[in-house]
Write a protein that binds this ligand. Structure first.
Ligand SMILES: Cc1cc2nc3c(=O)[nH]c(=O)nc-3n(C[C@H](O)[C@H](O)[C@H](O)COP(=O)(O)O)c2cc1C
Length: 400
Protein backbone atom coordinates (compact mmCIF):
# COMPACT_ATOMS: atom_id res chain seq x y z
CA UNK A 1 0.00 0.00 0.00
CA UNK A 2 1.23 3.53 -0.77
CA UNK A 3 2.11 5.97 2.01
CA UNK A 4 0.83 9.54 1.81
CA UNK A 5 4.00 11.72 1.97
CA UNK A 6 2.04 14.59 3.56
CA UNK A 7 1.41 12.58 6.73
CA UNK A 8 4.26 10.08 6.68
CA UNK A 9 6.40 12.01 9.17
CA UNK A 10 3.53 13.27 11.33
CA UNK A 11 3.11 12.51 15.02
CA UNK A 12 -0.40 11.49 15.84
CA UNK A 13 -2.87 10.88 18.65
CA UNK A 14 -6.51 9.88 18.85
CA UNK A 15 -9.19 12.55 19.05
CA UNK A 16 -10.20 13.24 22.65
CA UNK A 17 -13.71 11.72 22.66
CA UNK A 18 -14.79 8.72 20.65
CA UNK A 19 -17.42 6.03 21.14
CA UNK A 20 -17.70 2.97 18.89
CA UNK A 21 -21.20 1.69 18.21
CA UNK A 22 -22.08 -1.62 16.51
CA UNK A 23 -24.95 -0.42 14.30
CA UNK A 24 -27.50 -2.53 12.47
CA UNK A 25 -29.09 -1.23 9.29
CA UNK A 26 -31.87 -2.76 7.21
CA UNK A 27 -32.12 -2.13 3.43
CA UNK A 28 -34.56 -3.29 0.80
CA UNK A 29 -33.04 -6.14 -1.22
CA UNK A 30 -34.89 -7.11 -4.42
CA UNK A 31 -32.66 -10.15 -5.00
CA UNK A 32 -33.54 -11.50 -1.56
CA UNK A 33 -37.26 -10.94 -2.25
CA UNK A 34 -37.08 -12.73 -5.62
CA UNK A 35 -35.33 -15.70 -4.06
CA UNK A 36 -38.08 -16.18 -1.45
CA UNK A 37 -36.75 -13.99 1.39
CA UNK A 38 -38.54 -11.07 3.05
CA UNK A 39 -36.65 -8.53 0.92
CA UNK A 40 -34.80 -7.04 3.85
CA UNK A 41 -31.01 -7.17 4.03
CA UNK A 42 -29.62 -6.59 7.51
CA UNK A 43 -26.07 -5.40 7.88
CA UNK A 44 -23.82 -4.77 10.85
CA UNK A 45 -21.15 -2.07 10.82
CA UNK A 46 -18.99 -0.19 13.32
CA UNK A 47 -19.69 3.51 13.59
CA UNK A 48 -17.37 5.97 15.35
CA UNK A 49 -19.17 8.73 17.24
CA UNK A 50 -16.68 11.55 17.70
CA UNK A 51 -18.43 14.76 18.79
CA UNK A 52 -15.81 17.14 17.34
CA UNK A 53 -16.80 15.83 13.87
CA UNK A 54 -20.55 16.07 14.42
CA UNK A 55 -21.26 13.23 11.97
CA UNK A 56 -20.96 9.45 12.52
CA UNK A 57 -18.07 7.85 10.66
CA UNK A 58 -17.91 4.21 9.48
CA UNK A 59 -14.74 2.32 10.46
CA UNK A 60 -13.50 -1.10 9.43
CA UNK A 61 -12.08 -3.83 11.69
CA UNK A 62 -8.43 -2.77 11.27
CA UNK A 63 -9.25 0.88 11.98
CA UNK A 64 -11.37 -0.10 14.98
CA UNK A 65 -8.48 -2.07 16.49
CA UNK A 66 -6.02 0.77 15.87
CA UNK A 67 -8.34 3.26 17.59
CA UNK A 68 -8.19 1.00 20.63
CA UNK A 69 -4.39 1.15 20.66
CA UNK A 70 -3.66 4.79 19.91
CA UNK A 71 -4.13 6.97 22.96
CA UNK A 72 -5.76 10.41 23.08
CA UNK A 73 -3.25 12.07 25.43
CA UNK A 74 0.30 11.34 24.14
CA UNK A 75 1.59 12.14 20.67
CA UNK A 76 3.20 9.13 19.01
CA UNK A 77 4.90 8.25 15.73
CA UNK A 78 2.95 6.62 12.91
CA UNK A 79 3.32 2.81 13.13
CA UNK A 80 6.22 1.25 11.25
CA UNK A 81 4.07 -1.51 9.77
CA UNK A 82 3.01 -0.42 6.29
CA UNK A 83 -0.61 -1.64 6.49
CA UNK A 84 -1.14 -0.07 9.90
CA UNK A 85 0.41 3.14 8.65
CA UNK A 86 -2.02 3.23 5.74
CA UNK A 87 -4.91 2.58 8.12
CA UNK A 88 -3.70 5.48 10.30
CA UNK A 89 -3.60 7.74 7.27
CA UNK A 90 -7.21 6.81 6.56
CA UNK A 91 -8.10 7.57 10.18
CA UNK A 92 -6.33 10.94 9.91
CA UNK A 93 -8.42 11.74 6.84
CA UNK A 94 -11.58 10.67 8.69
CA UNK A 95 -10.63 12.99 11.57
CA UNK A 96 -10.54 10.23 14.19
CA UNK A 97 -6.77 10.61 14.55
CA UNK A 98 -5.27 14.08 14.70
CA UNK A 99 -1.87 15.25 13.57
CA UNK A 100 0.60 17.29 15.65
CA UNK A 101 1.60 19.13 12.48
CA UNK A 102 -1.45 19.21 10.17
CA UNK A 103 -0.38 18.92 6.55
CA UNK A 104 -3.37 20.63 4.92
CA UNK A 105 -6.47 22.72 5.65
CA UNK A 106 -8.73 19.72 6.28
CA UNK A 107 -6.28 18.24 8.81
CA UNK A 108 -5.89 21.65 10.46
CA UNK A 109 -9.66 22.03 10.85
CA UNK A 110 -9.93 18.60 12.45
CA UNK A 111 -7.08 19.42 14.82
CA UNK A 112 -8.71 22.73 15.80
CA UNK A 113 -12.11 21.08 16.32
CA UNK A 114 -10.49 18.44 18.56
CA UNK A 115 -8.59 21.16 20.47
CA UNK A 116 -11.87 23.05 21.06
CA UNK A 117 -13.45 19.81 22.26
CA UNK A 118 -10.62 19.31 24.75
CA UNK A 119 -10.83 22.90 25.99
CA UNK A 120 -14.57 22.58 26.71
CA UNK A 121 -14.09 19.80 29.35
CA UNK A 122 -17.13 17.74 28.31
CA UNK A 123 -17.93 14.47 30.03
CA UNK A 124 -17.42 12.02 27.12
CA UNK A 125 -20.88 10.43 27.28
CA UNK A 126 -22.61 13.82 27.51
CA UNK A 127 -20.58 15.14 24.57
CA UNK A 128 -21.64 12.18 22.42
CA UNK A 129 -25.27 12.46 23.53
CA UNK A 130 -25.38 16.18 22.77
CA UNK A 131 -23.60 15.98 19.41
CA UNK A 132 -25.56 13.04 18.02
CA UNK A 133 -29.08 13.91 19.13
CA UNK A 134 -29.15 17.16 17.15
CA UNK A 135 -31.89 17.26 14.51
CA UNK A 136 -31.64 18.44 10.93
CA UNK A 137 -34.75 18.93 8.83
CA UNK A 138 -37.03 16.90 11.09
CA UNK A 139 -40.75 17.55 10.62
CA UNK A 140 -42.00 16.66 14.10
CA UNK A 141 -45.61 17.42 13.18
CA UNK A 142 -45.63 15.05 10.20
CA UNK A 143 -43.84 12.37 12.22
CA UNK A 144 -46.45 12.31 14.99
CA UNK A 145 -49.27 12.49 12.42
CA UNK A 146 -47.82 9.62 10.38
CA UNK A 147 -47.40 7.49 13.51
CA UNK A 148 -51.00 8.20 14.56
CA UNK A 149 -49.87 9.64 17.92
CA UNK A 150 -50.92 13.24 17.28
CA UNK A 151 -54.03 12.97 19.50
CA UNK A 152 -54.53 11.52 22.98
CA UNK A 153 -56.94 8.90 21.60
CA UNK A 154 -54.53 7.97 18.79
CA UNK A 155 -51.68 7.66 21.28
CA UNK A 156 -53.68 5.20 23.38
CA UNK A 157 -54.62 3.17 20.28
CA UNK A 158 -51.11 2.99 18.79
CA UNK A 159 -49.06 2.70 21.98
CA UNK A 160 -51.43 0.77 24.22
CA UNK A 161 -51.87 1.77 27.85
CA UNK A 162 -49.06 3.71 29.56
CA UNK A 163 -47.21 2.06 32.47
CA UNK A 164 -49.57 1.88 35.45
CA UNK A 165 -48.87 4.18 38.42
CA UNK A 166 -46.46 2.64 40.92
CA UNK A 167 -48.45 0.14 42.96
CA UNK A 168 -49.03 0.81 46.66
CA UNK A 169 -49.89 -2.09 48.96
CA UNK A 170 -53.55 -1.91 50.01
CA UNK A 171 -52.58 -2.04 53.70
CA UNK A 172 -49.71 0.51 53.44
CA UNK A 173 -50.02 3.25 56.03
CA UNK A 174 -50.16 6.73 54.51
CA UNK A 175 -50.71 10.22 55.87
CA UNK A 176 -53.28 12.53 54.26
CA UNK A 177 -52.01 16.12 54.04
CA UNK A 178 -54.24 19.10 54.80
CA UNK A 179 -54.99 21.47 51.89
CA UNK A 180 -54.67 25.21 52.46
CA UNK A 181 -56.75 28.07 51.08
CA UNK A 182 -55.61 29.32 47.68
CA UNK A 183 -53.61 32.53 47.44
CA UNK A 184 -52.97 34.80 44.43
CA UNK A 185 -49.95 32.64 43.67
CA UNK A 186 -52.16 29.56 43.41
CA UNK A 187 -54.41 31.48 41.02
CA UNK A 188 -51.37 32.36 38.89
CA UNK A 189 -50.23 28.73 38.84
CA UNK A 190 -53.72 27.61 37.84
CA UNK A 191 -53.71 29.96 34.81
CA UNK A 192 -50.36 28.64 33.49
CA UNK A 193 -50.91 26.63 30.33
CA UNK A 194 -48.73 25.95 27.30
CA UNK A 195 -49.92 28.43 24.66
CA UNK A 196 -50.39 27.01 21.16
CA UNK A 197 -52.54 29.89 19.88
CA UNK A 198 -50.87 33.28 19.40
CA UNK A 199 -52.49 36.44 18.03
CA UNK A 200 -50.04 37.46 15.34
CA UNK A 201 -52.12 40.53 14.41
CA UNK A 202 -51.68 42.23 17.80
CA UNK A 203 -48.20 43.69 18.32
CA UNK A 204 -46.58 43.13 21.69
CA UNK A 205 -45.83 46.42 23.47
CA UNK A 206 -42.18 47.14 24.21
CA UNK A 207 -42.87 47.40 27.96
CA UNK A 208 -44.16 43.81 28.16
CA UNK A 209 -41.40 42.46 25.92
CA UNK A 210 -38.68 44.18 27.93
CA UNK A 211 -40.21 43.11 31.26
CA UNK A 212 -40.32 39.48 30.12
CA UNK A 213 -36.63 39.48 29.15
CA UNK A 214 -35.56 41.29 32.32
CA UNK A 215 -37.52 38.89 34.54
CA UNK A 216 -36.42 35.67 32.85
CA UNK A 217 -32.91 36.40 31.61
CA UNK A 218 -31.83 39.59 33.36
CA UNK A 219 -29.70 39.85 36.49
CA UNK A 220 -31.09 41.29 39.73
CA UNK A 221 -27.75 41.71 41.51
CA UNK A 222 -24.21 40.33 41.35
CA UNK A 223 -21.19 39.40 43.41
CA UNK A 224 -17.82 40.50 42.00
CA UNK A 225 -15.20 37.95 43.06
CA UNK A 226 -12.28 39.24 40.98
CA UNK A 227 -11.80 41.37 37.85
CA UNK A 228 -12.76 38.42 35.69
CA UNK A 229 -15.17 36.46 37.89
CA UNK A 230 -18.67 37.73 38.62
CA UNK A 231 -21.61 35.70 39.93
CA UNK A 232 -25.03 36.92 38.79
CA UNK A 233 -28.18 36.71 40.86
CA UNK A 234 -31.12 35.83 38.60
CA UNK A 235 -34.74 34.80 39.03
CA UNK A 236 -34.05 31.12 38.20
CA UNK A 237 -31.58 28.82 39.95
CA UNK A 238 -28.44 27.67 38.12
CA UNK A 239 -25.99 24.83 38.84
CA UNK A 240 -22.90 26.30 40.51
CA UNK A 241 -24.45 29.78 40.13
CA UNK A 242 -22.80 29.94 36.71
CA UNK A 243 -25.89 30.82 34.62
CA UNK A 244 -24.49 29.45 31.36
CA UNK A 245 -27.72 29.79 29.38
CA UNK A 246 -28.08 32.73 26.99
CA UNK A 247 -31.18 33.84 25.11
CA UNK A 248 -31.23 34.17 21.33
CA UNK A 249 -34.42 35.77 20.05
CA UNK A 250 -36.49 35.72 16.91
CA UNK A 251 -38.49 38.91 17.30
CA UNK A 252 -41.51 38.80 15.01
CA UNK A 253 -44.07 41.30 16.25
CA UNK A 254 -42.85 43.64 18.98
CA UNK A 255 -43.41 47.42 18.96
CA UNK A 256 -40.11 49.27 18.61
CA UNK A 257 -37.99 46.23 17.63
CA UNK A 258 -37.46 45.47 13.93
CA UNK A 259 -38.35 41.84 13.14
CA UNK A 260 -35.12 39.85 13.15
CA UNK A 261 -32.74 37.59 15.03
CA UNK A 262 -31.11 38.97 18.16
CA UNK A 263 -28.89 37.96 21.02
CA UNK A 264 -29.98 39.22 24.43
CA UNK A 265 -27.07 40.84 26.26
CA UNK A 266 -27.33 40.62 30.01
CA UNK A 267 -24.85 43.45 30.39
CA UNK A 268 -26.96 46.59 29.98
CA UNK A 269 -30.24 44.71 29.15
CA UNK A 270 -29.62 45.12 25.39
CA UNK A 271 -30.29 43.39 22.08
CA UNK A 272 -27.55 42.63 19.57
CA UNK A 273 -28.90 42.10 16.06
CA UNK A 274 -27.58 39.15 14.05
CA UNK A 275 -27.83 38.79 10.26
CA UNK A 276 -31.24 37.71 8.98
CA UNK A 277 -31.59 34.01 8.11
CA UNK A 278 -31.36 33.53 4.33
CA UNK A 279 -34.70 31.69 4.16
CA UNK A 280 -36.67 34.52 5.88
CA UNK A 281 -37.81 34.77 9.51
CA UNK A 282 -41.03 32.73 9.42
CA UNK A 283 -39.52 29.88 7.37
CA UNK A 284 -36.57 29.85 9.78
CA UNK A 285 -38.93 29.74 12.77
CA UNK A 286 -40.91 26.86 11.23
CA UNK A 287 -37.76 24.89 10.40
CA UNK A 288 -36.20 25.50 13.83
CA UNK A 289 -39.44 24.40 15.55
CA UNK A 290 -39.71 21.15 13.57
CA UNK A 291 -42.70 22.63 11.65
CA UNK A 292 -44.76 23.23 14.82
CA UNK A 293 -46.82 26.04 13.26
CA UNK A 294 -48.72 26.56 16.55
CA UNK A 295 -45.55 28.03 18.08
CA UNK A 296 -43.97 29.62 14.99
CA UNK A 297 -46.06 32.82 15.05
CA UNK A 298 -45.33 33.73 18.69
CA UNK A 299 -44.37 37.39 19.03
CA UNK A 300 -40.95 36.46 20.38
CA UNK A 301 -39.22 33.08 20.10
CA UNK A 302 -36.34 32.39 22.45
CA UNK A 303 -33.71 29.73 21.84
CA UNK A 304 -32.07 28.64 25.10
CA UNK A 305 -28.35 28.44 24.33
CA UNK A 306 -26.07 27.24 27.13
CA UNK A 307 -22.39 28.16 27.05
CA UNK A 308 -21.37 24.62 28.01
CA UNK A 309 -17.76 25.65 28.54
CA UNK A 310 -18.91 28.07 31.25
CA UNK A 311 -20.37 25.32 33.43
CA UNK A 312 -17.70 22.80 32.50
CA UNK A 313 -15.03 25.35 33.52
CA UNK A 314 -16.02 24.46 37.08
CA UNK A 315 -17.50 20.98 36.57
CA UNK A 316 -14.72 19.53 34.42
CA UNK A 317 -15.67 16.27 32.69
CA UNK A 318 -18.29 16.02 35.42
CA UNK A 319 -20.85 13.21 35.16
CA UNK A 320 -23.70 15.57 36.13
CA UNK A 321 -22.64 18.70 34.19
CA UNK A 322 -24.88 18.29 31.13
CA UNK A 323 -27.84 17.20 33.26
CA UNK A 324 -27.49 20.31 35.43
CA UNK A 325 -27.55 22.54 32.34
CA UNK A 326 -30.63 20.80 30.93
CA UNK A 327 -32.40 21.19 34.27
CA UNK A 328 -31.62 24.88 34.24
CA UNK A 329 -33.41 25.26 30.88
CA UNK A 330 -36.53 23.90 32.57
CA UNK A 331 -36.29 26.49 35.32
CA UNK A 332 -35.90 29.33 32.82
CA UNK A 333 -38.92 28.13 30.92
CA UNK A 334 -41.06 27.92 34.07
CA UNK A 335 -40.04 31.47 35.02
CA UNK A 336 -41.04 32.51 31.49
CA UNK A 337 -44.42 30.73 31.78
CA UNK A 338 -45.19 32.33 35.15
CA UNK A 339 -44.05 35.79 34.12
CA UNK A 340 -46.10 35.60 30.90
CA UNK A 341 -49.15 34.39 32.83
CA UNK A 342 -48.76 37.26 35.29
CA UNK A 343 -48.64 39.77 32.40
CA UNK A 344 -51.66 38.25 30.61
CA UNK A 345 -49.50 36.62 27.90
CA UNK A 346 -49.07 33.03 26.71
CA UNK A 347 -45.78 31.08 26.72
CA UNK A 348 -44.44 27.72 25.55
CA UNK A 349 -41.38 25.47 25.52
CA UNK A 350 -40.43 22.76 23.05
CA UNK A 351 -37.53 20.36 22.83
CA UNK A 352 -38.51 19.27 19.30
CA UNK A 353 -36.09 21.60 17.52
CA UNK A 354 -33.79 21.36 14.52
CA UNK A 355 -30.54 22.48 16.14
CA UNK A 356 -28.61 22.19 12.89
CA UNK A 357 -30.55 25.00 11.22
CA UNK A 358 -30.25 27.20 14.33
CA UNK A 359 -26.48 26.90 14.69
CA UNK A 360 -25.34 28.84 11.59
CA UNK A 361 -27.97 31.58 12.00
CA UNK A 362 -27.22 32.07 15.70
CA UNK A 363 -23.48 31.72 14.96
CA UNK A 364 -22.98 28.88 17.45
CA UNK A 365 -20.06 26.48 17.75
CA UNK A 366 -21.94 23.35 18.92
CA UNK A 367 -18.97 22.16 20.99
CA UNK A 368 -18.93 25.23 23.22
CA UNK A 369 -22.54 26.31 22.90
CA UNK A 370 -25.70 24.62 21.75
CA UNK A 371 -29.39 25.09 21.26
CA UNK A 372 -31.12 23.07 23.98
CA UNK A 373 -34.77 24.09 23.67
CA UNK A 374 -36.96 26.85 22.28
CA UNK A 375 -39.46 28.91 24.23
CA UNK A 376 -41.63 31.82 23.23
CA UNK A 377 -44.21 34.28 24.43
CA UNK A 378 -46.81 36.71 23.15
CA UNK A 379 -50.48 37.64 23.14
CA UNK A 380 -52.87 34.73 23.19
CA UNK A 381 -55.31 34.47 20.27
CA UNK A 382 -59.04 34.99 20.82
CA UNK A 383 -59.92 31.46 19.71
CA UNK A 384 -58.29 28.07 20.14
CA UNK A 385 -57.28 26.45 16.82
CA UNK A 386 -54.66 24.08 18.26
CA UNK A 387 -55.48 22.10 21.41
CA UNK A 388 -54.25 23.30 24.78
CA UNK A 389 -54.53 21.56 28.12
CA UNK A 390 -57.00 23.65 30.09
CA UNK A 391 -59.42 21.17 31.69
CA UNK A 392 -60.53 23.62 34.40
CA UNK A 393 -61.25 26.37 31.86
CA UNK A 394 -58.82 28.72 33.58
CA UNK A 395 -57.51 30.22 30.35
CA UNK A 396 -60.14 29.80 27.71
CA UNK A 397 -63.32 30.64 29.62
CA UNK A 398 -61.67 33.86 30.79
CA UNK A 399 -60.51 34.73 27.23
CA UNK A 400 -63.81 33.73 25.66
C1 LIG B 1 -39.32 20.01 28.01
C2 LIG B 1 -40.68 20.17 27.37
C3 LIG B 1 -40.82 19.96 26.02
C4 LIG B 1 -42.06 20.16 25.39
N1 LIG B 1 -42.15 20.00 24.04
C5 LIG B 1 -43.33 20.28 23.42
C6 LIG B 1 -43.45 20.17 22.01
O1 LIG B 1 -42.52 19.77 21.32
N2 LIG B 1 -44.61 20.52 21.42
C7 LIG B 1 -45.69 20.95 22.15
O2 LIG B 1 -46.72 21.27 21.55
N3 LIG B 1 -45.61 21.03 23.50
C8 LIG B 1 -44.46 20.71 24.14
N4 LIG B 1 -44.36 20.83 25.51
C9 LIG B 1 -45.54 21.26 26.28
C10 LIG B 1 -46.25 20.07 26.88
O3 LIG B 1 -46.94 19.38 25.86
C11 LIG B 1 -47.20 20.58 27.96
O4 LIG B 1 -46.46 21.11 29.02
C12 LIG B 1 -48.11 19.46 28.46
O5 LIG B 1 -48.98 19.03 27.46
C13 LIG B 1 -48.92 19.93 29.66
O6 LIG B 1 -49.68 21.08 29.32
P1 LIG B 1 -49.54 22.43 30.14
O7 LIG B 1 -48.14 22.94 30.01
O8 LIG B 1 -50.52 23.37 29.52
O9 LIG B 1 -49.86 22.12 31.57
C14 LIG B 1 -43.17 20.57 26.16
C15 LIG B 1 -43.03 20.74 27.54
C16 LIG B 1 -41.80 20.54 28.15
C17 LIG B 1 -41.66 20.75 29.62
Amino acid sequence: MSVDPAVSSARIRRCEILLLEPRESADFDLQDLLSGGNGIRRQMRWVALAPHLGEPVDVDAVQRELLGRIGASQWQDLPADEDERAACEALLRLGLLVSASPADDAALQVRQADDRQREAYWHPLAAVLHAFTRWDGVDAVKNTRDSGTDTAVGMREVLGPPPAPTAVAADAESQVLPLQDDTDFDALLARRATCRNFDEHRPLPMALFSTMLARVFGARAHVQVSDDLRFQKKSSPSGGGLHPTEAYLVVQNVEGVAPGVYRYLLDGHRLLRLPDPPMGLRAFAMEALGQQHWFANAHCLVTLVPRFDRTFWKYRRHAKGYRVIALEAGHLSQTMYLSATDLGLGAFITGAINERCLEPVLQLDPVQQGALAMCGFGWRAASMETAELDPAGEVWTRAG
